[in-house]
Design a binder for this molecule. Structure first.
Ligand SMILES: *Cc1c(COP(=O)(O)O)cnc(C)c1O
Length: 455
């Protein structure tokens, strides 16, 4: 180590000296003393190494404080925190999917801080089942004989395959061998579940006869997968669900459907005519249906499996269930959301889909009116999307505040650094704030973030 580099170390301030600077007090007020001390120490450690290596000159205190402030800000951005969704994508997987209704938030709060009867039967004083409080509601809403809840739909599919098809074959159409986001691939899940995949049909056309020809003594399951995040259009053919069910019945092979989003209500009135409901699949005779809790259902991350009692019981008895079981907060939130449906009410996801364009446009105009004059903002027609791998080709009419700025990417980046962060969409060289996914309560914070970003 060169001697003069070593001498430079003496010029570095101590953590304490650094933090008594005026900027230090500001950082402590914002981030707390422990985090600020940790950041200052980390910054000084890094500098010490760089100085010894001769990689830099000693900075002055102000530059050092800036570095500490940047480090704290970067840490704060990485921490899980609420953000404002101005993308117009309602079920945005990167933004935590479905916002919960207040009833669900209250239910989570009610069990989170203390004890609960999660696995305790208050009647008998004996051990109970964590699922008991919720399964009746799921059965009522879907018309299914039996139900089960796990951590997410990927887990529900894995558990179903493990319990129903392990050691045998699962028959799937080539048009349905999908990859959902996050590397969830149907062929991999089938293999992970211990089953062998038998592909039938072609990418665009699969007939009942293709399934019939594939059935054999090793067949354990006919699996149908909802084409969530893509569409095959043009010269296409797929069997009617009822015909597949008939085929399965005839051969004593259960038919399972991975519905993906799995809506509990008819979305036709919301302008989304072709999304099957869970109840319609059950009514068509599908033996096991799996779907997500936090897509169109509008609840917490969860996977629901409903269907024939003997098959759901096999899933329930499978050792894997212990590794996939939902926690008390998930069950509390899901229960509250399902009760909303029972009462004929709807969670925020459904309300966002259903809100008339007039009301959305009015919110966009209100936001635009709150922005500083000269922000280059106007209100424009826009398209919102359901998202979450659901209905990728179905845009919902929407309205947005468009910020015509020189560098839209830079403005979007600054908005993401606001507190709370605002996630906008960059389109046609402008930053768009879509009002369909904004709540009225978000508007002051969005307006403040925009004013700040443009100043
Ligand atoms: C989204 C989706 C899944 C995965 O569901 P998660 O709840 O995200 O685990 C599985 N299958 C289909 C068809 C989906 O759309």
């Amino acid at each position: 180590m060169p001697k003069d580099n070593h001498a430079l170390l003496r010029h570095l301030p101590s953590v304490n000296r650094l933090l008594v600077l005026a900027e230090g007090e500001g950082l402590i007020a914002r981030h707390g003393r422990p985090a600020t001390v940790r950041a200052a120490r980390a910054e000084l450690d890094g500098l010490r190494r760089a100085l010894v290596d001769g990689a830099c000159d000693p900075p002055d205190d102000a530059a050092l404080m800036d570095a500490v402030a940047r480090r704290l800000a970067a840490e704060a951005r990485r921490a899980l925190q609420p953000v404002i969704n101005a993308t117009g994508i309602i079920v945005h997987t990167n933004l935590g999917r479905a916002p919960l209704p207040p009833e669900a938030v209250a239910a989570v709060g009610g069990v989170a801080a203390g004890y609960s009867n999660l696995e305790f039967d208050l009647e008998s004083g004996r051990r109970g089942s964590r699922y008991d409080g919720i399964l009746d509601t799921i059965r009522t809403l879907t018309g299914a004989e039996a139900a089960l809840v796990v951590n997410n739909n990927a887990a529900a599919v894995l558990l179903a395959l493990s319990a129903l098809a392990a050691g045998g074959e699962a028959v799937v159409s080539r048009g349905e061998l999908v990859e959902i986001g996050g590397s969830f691939r149907i062929p991999d899940i089938i293999q992970q579940g211990g089953a062998r995949l038998v592909e039938v049909g072609t990418t665009n056309r699969t007939r009942v006869a293709d399934y019939t020809n594939a059935l054999g003594p090793e067949t354990r399951l006919i699996l149908k997968v909802h084409q969530s995040n893509y569409r095959i259009v043009g010269f296409t053919e797929a069997p009617v669900l009822a015909d597949l069910v008939k085929l399965g019945r005839g051969h004593g092979v259960p038919v399972m459907e991975d519905l993906g989003s799995g809506t509990l209500m008819d979305l036709g009135p919301f302008g989304i005519p072709d999304e099957p409901t869970v109840a319609s699949s059950i009514a068509a005779g599908v033996d096991v249906v799996t779907f997500s809790g936090d897509k169109l259902l509008g609840g917490p991350q969860a996977g629901l499996a409903v269907g024939r009692r003997d098959l759901i019981d096999r899933m329930r008895r499978h050792p894997l269930l212990r590794a996939l079981r939902p926690d008390k907060m998930t069950l509390a939130a899901l229960g509250a959301v399902l009760r909303l449906y029972e009462d004929g009410a709807h969670p925020p996801v459904a309300r966002m889909m259903a809100e008339p364009l007039d009301a959305v446009a009015q919110r966009a105009r209100r936001l635009c009116g709150m922005l500083p004059a000269g922000a280059g903002a106007d209100v424009v027609d826009s398209e919102a999307y359901v998202g979450g791998g659901a209905l990728p080709d179905r845009a919902l009419p929407s309205s947005a505040v468009r910020l015509a700025v020189a560098d839209a990417e830079a403005v979007a980046r600054t908005l993401r650094r606001a507190s709370p962060p605002v996630v906008a969409r960059v389109r046609d060289g402008a930053a768009w704030l879509d009002a369909r996914t904004l709540a009225d309560a978000d508007l002051p914070a969005v307006a403040a973030a925009v004013a700040e970003a443009l100043s």
